[in-house]
Every structure is written in C-alpha cells, then in structure tokens.
Design a binder for this molecule. Structure first.
Ligand SMILES: *Cc1c(COP(=O)(O)O)cnc(C)c1O
Length: 340
C-alpha cells in the first residue's frame, strides 16, 4: 500500500458514487514524485552536466560523507545498486567457496543471488511474526559450514538485532545487513545498517530514498573492508595504472548522487510523514480481525520503523486487492508482483 497519499490527484468516479470525488492512490506514482521536485532535478541535471561531472566526482563524495554521518558509521561507498553492494561485501569479506550464508526466507531474490554470485550457498530460514529473521530459526540452521548471516531489515523495520548478534557472536559468524528497505529505521536508537560488519542500501526508485534509476551504497565501520570495496567497485584499480585486485564496475553515478544529496536532506521529514500515515492506517484498520497489520509506530519502544512498505497479512489476499483496487487504492504483492 502506497503511503505518499498527498501526491495523488483527485479523480472523479461517477459510476461508483455520483458526484463523489474519490482519491486515487496508485502504488507507484513516479511522475508525481518528479513533479514535486522538478526544479531541483532540472537544476541539478544542468549543474552536473555543465561541469561534465559524471563518474566518481564531488557530488558522490559529498553524498558518501553525508550518508555515513546519517547512518552513524565511519564509511559509506556509493555503488551501482544494492545487489552489487551485497556481492561486494561478501566477496571483500572473503567468503570461502561453498560456505553457507543464512538469510531471511521473506526477502527479495537479490539477497540470495548476491551470495550465489560470490560463490556461497544461501540458506533461507523462517521469519518471526514481524516478517523478519528469527534468532531461533537462525541458530537451528547453523552448520559447521555456516560463514555468515544476512538479516533483511524488511519494510523499514530492523530485526531483533540483540538476539541475532548474540547467536552470531557465539558461533563466530559474520553479520551483514540487507538494509535495502531500511534507511532511517532504528532499533534501540541505532540505525539500520550499523549493526553488521557491513550493510547495503538501495536507492532503486521505489525505495523510500529513491533516485532516478539504479543506485545503492555499502556502509561499514571497518576501514580495511571499506578500502577493499572501494577498489573492488572500480575494477580493482588503485590511483595509478596498477590493478590491485579483481573487481567489477559498480559505481554510483555522480548525477544520481547529486539528486540523492538533495533528497537525503529532506529524508527525515519523509519518514515522519510515512509514520504518520502508518499511525492513521492502524487506527482505521485495527478493528478488522481478518487483517494482521504492521506494528503501529506508537507501540514498541525498541523500534523506530521507517515504513518503506505497509505490509498487511490477510487470508483472503486476492479479495482484499480487488476490493482496494475498486476503491482506487493500489497494492503490490512482494516479491516481483505487479502493482495493481
Ligand atoms: C530492493 C531490494 C534489493 C535490491 O536492491 P537493488 O538496488 O535493486 O539491487 C535487495 N534486497 C531487498 C530486501 C530489496 O527490497
């Protein structure tokens, strides 16, 4: 269910209720988001193009700096997308061939494919009622071949990291976060992305901090790992002509970084707006026994959720989608489902 309610225009639906104007709430409305910040996009595009500043330029460095501060970590690195980010993290941390990496079963395919591309074996485990990686299922899935765990901080909510870190530390496993959906979300006042050894974010257009195309970032407090990933995202090339290690080409475009610099400044306000909408949905829907709603922003002191998505559980999911569609409300079934 889309939360950017104010960006959608009024539509007349005379066939349903004569004379009544019904608000249309499509799941995605990219043109409306562009309109909202059109001047910024056009001015930024012109400024960047007049400087010819496309690859590894100052807007990217500024964004990396700003993002690291926002998340509360030492280093941030702009990469092509979050999937590449996860791949770079896993490779740079030195995954042994065939090692197992435990992941949430309720996640996007990218969490698993990044592991496979890096030579590992993804092991999905059950999630808790919060739709996030559950520490007990995680511990049960550990084998002598387990190397790391990657909780997905789904829907803008951080998993119970205290228990996950406890299990991981007891078994000497790496923790990385798939924080693609969780920029700005907090657990016990600590930001998503700052719990793991390294974490990846996505700036895909539909994410809560979305650019005009693909984009992503990795963050870490480990300076050695950061330096390795910095080389790896740029063909393994050092300052001179030397190639220091095998890398890939996965740099966040400077133009996208310039847009993101602007959007990140507004981001705290955007999260508060999402939380406000989630509180409203909760008050309006909580008496419907057929629905399992996300935990309300007003409940649970340990969590500050950013509501990338408002994910509802319903036995009669198709019926609910059809009904909401008839009211002009768009929905999407994770994963890969088409927005209707
Ligand atoms: C969007 C998403 C990704 C992939 O992000 P890209 O930037 O498109 O590569 C990975 N994991 C989760 C949970 C996501 O939602």
């Amino acid at each position: 269910m889309q939360i950017n309610a104010e960006q959608n225009e009024l539509k007349s639906k005379p066939d349903k209720a004569p004379g009544l104007k019904v608000r249309s709430l499509p799941f995605f409305n990219y043109p409306a988001l562009f309109k909202l910040d059109e001047k910024m996009y056009v001015d930024t595009f012109r400024a960047v193009c007049e400087r010819g500043a496309y690859i590894l330029q100052s807007d990217l460095l500024n964004f990396e700096d700003k993002l690291a501060k926002y998340v509360g970590v030492k280093h941030a690195l702009g990469v092509g997308n979050c999937t590449d980010g996860l791949y770079l993290i896993i490779r740079a941390a030195g995954i042994p061939r065939g090692a197992e990496v435990i992941i949430s079963s309720h996640t996007f395919i990218a969490t698993a494919s990044a592991i496979v591309q890096a030579g590992g074996v993804p092991v999905p485990v059950e999630c808790g009622s919060d739709h996030l990686l559950d520490a007990t299922s995680f511990e049960r899935a550990i084998t002598p071949n387990t190397w790391a765990v990657i909780p997905t901080q789904l829907n803008g909510r951080v998993a119970e990291m205290d228990s996950i870190l406890k299990v991981a530390n007891a078994h000497k496993l790496f923790v990385f976060e798939d924080a693609a959906q969780a920029l700005g979300a907090k657990y016990k006042s600590q930001n998503a992305g700052s719990f793991g050894v390294a974490s990846a974010f996505s700036f895909y257009p539909a994410k809560s901090l979305g650019c005009l195309g693909d984009g992503g970032a990795v963050v870490t407090n480990d300076t050695k790992l950061f330096e390795k990933m910095q080389l790896m995202r740029n063909h393994g090339r050092g300052d001179g002509t030397e190639v220091l290690l095998w890398g890939i080409n996965s740099r966040l475009d400077n133009l996208q970084a310039a847009f993101l610099n602007f959007l990140l400044d507004q981001f705290p306000g955007a999260i508060l707006r999402r939380r406000e909408m989630a509180t409203l949905y909760d008050s309006l829907l909580s008496d419907l026994a057929e629905l399992v709603l996300p935990i309300s922003p007003t409940k649970g002191e340990d969590h500050f959720d950013s509501f990338q998505n408002y994910e509802i559980e319903a036995d009669r999911m198709e019926d609910l989608q059809v009904f909401l569609k008839s009211c002009g409300i768009g929905t999407l079934r994770q994963w890969g489902g088409k927005a209707v």
